[in-house]
Ligand binder design. Structure first.
Ligand SMILES: [Zn+2]
Length: 347
């Protein structure tokens, strides 16, 4: 088979067909700053410098898509909705003051305008710059906050979890506003050139809430984001951190075409359980392998993932979660090289 483009590899994976090789798409954003020397905080305010680093990552390392963004989408949206952020030098920002302090604050929340609110215009410009450069050959992914996770940013995760029991009506109202914000953000990203909308919902994972609570508080919002992004032609992916095995069926039922699985998920079991319905993406350990392991250890982990889930297609080799900012570029390169060299045995 002659060499396919990255977009063709992704399409094949979503349709659960084999292409010339397994697509390899590490969830890498900040770590590309190592290639251009841009400061992590400096890039937060410069779409040009962020796009330059993201493009350098794809061109230098050769993976099959770009995650266009620079920080957790839930922080970006929380800030645009009125939360106060701290920007530590050389590290990733985080929320220091929440906008929702009690139930009465929910009705004061406004849905942010991607063209005007906070730093959303910087993000949108980054997406446009990246897509303009890579064109149709390389897909562009973006993280959109799961509404339940965004609600946790607006109000505080611990209190959110407690109030699902004490005042579920309040949490449902808060999640509804967060859903409207995530929907509008997702639509704007697709309009700006994004091909794959990845709903990132770490707070909705089984380590924090039960599958039953996922169905009640998180899944309806995820479906609304997918309905809106899907109507605009985007491919739909769902990212839930941690041990998501108990949630796999429910994750499928959201309408996701791709599931991003963390490193503790048994890929072979996931493939057997749901591999006939959805494309799986994962799941090299971001910390113990990509950050602190050797290139050989990365290559070995990559081959193991391909062995577990690559046969027949429907698999994207990736990190289990975001690539840490200081993960060695050589390790990300070893992942890409493993996909290039190893997968043909499946054909
Ligand atoms: Zn994750």
């Amino acid at each position: 088979m002659s060499s396919a483009t990255s977009s063709e590899r992704l399409t094949a994976a979503i349709e659960r067909r084999e292409a010339d090789r397994v697509p390899v798409i590490p969830q890498i954003t900040y770590a590309t700053a190592q290639l251009t020397g841009v400061g992590l905080v400096e890039a937060l305010h410069s779409p040009e410098k962020t796009a330059e680093a993201l493009l350098a990552g794809q061109r230098t390392i050769g993976y099959d898509a770009i995650y266009a963004g620079w920080e957790s989408s839930f922080n970006l949206l929380a800030e645009a909705m009125g939360c106060t952020m701290r920007y530590p030098q050389g590290d990733v920002p985080y929320v220091i003051e929440r906008i929702v302090k009690d139930p009465g604050d929910v009705e004061k929340l406004a849905i942010p305008d991607p063209a005007r609110s906070g730093r959303l215009p910087i993000h949108m410009r980054t997406v446009q710059l990246v897509k303009r450069e890579v064109g149709e050959a390389v897909p562009v992914f973006v993280y959109v906050p799961g509404p339940f996770t965004l609600a946790g940013q607006l109000y505080d995760v611990d209190r959110l979890l407690r109030m699902t029991v004490k005042d579920p009506g309040f949490i449902q109202a808060l999640v509804e506003v967060a859903t409207a914000a995530s929907v509008r953000y997702a639509e704007a990203n697709v309009d700006a050139g994004v091909d794959v909308v990845v709903v990132a919902d770490p707070t909705a994972g089984p380590s924090l809430i039960s599958p039953k609570m996922f169905e009640r508080f998180a899944a309806p919002g995820i479906r609304k984001v997918f309905d809106a992004a899907g109507a605009k032609g985007a491919v739909l992916s769902l990212h839930i951190c941690g041990q998501s095995t108990p949630l796999l069926e429910r994750m499928c039922e959201t309408g996701a075409q791709i599931l991003e699985l963390d490193h503790m998920v048994d890929l072979a079991k996931a493939k057997a359980q749901i591999g006939d319905r959805v494309c799986l993406q994962g799941n090299i350990d971001p910390a113990d392998v990509l950050l602190t392991g050797t290139p050989d250890a990365v290559a070995e982990a990559a081959r193991r993932c391909i062995d577990q889930a690559g046969a027949g297609g429907g698999f994207i080799l990736s990190s289990g979660c975001e690539v840490p900012p200081r993960a060695p570029i050589a390790n990300v390169g070893a992942m890409v090289e493993a996909a290039r060299q190893y997968q043909r045995r499946a054909a």
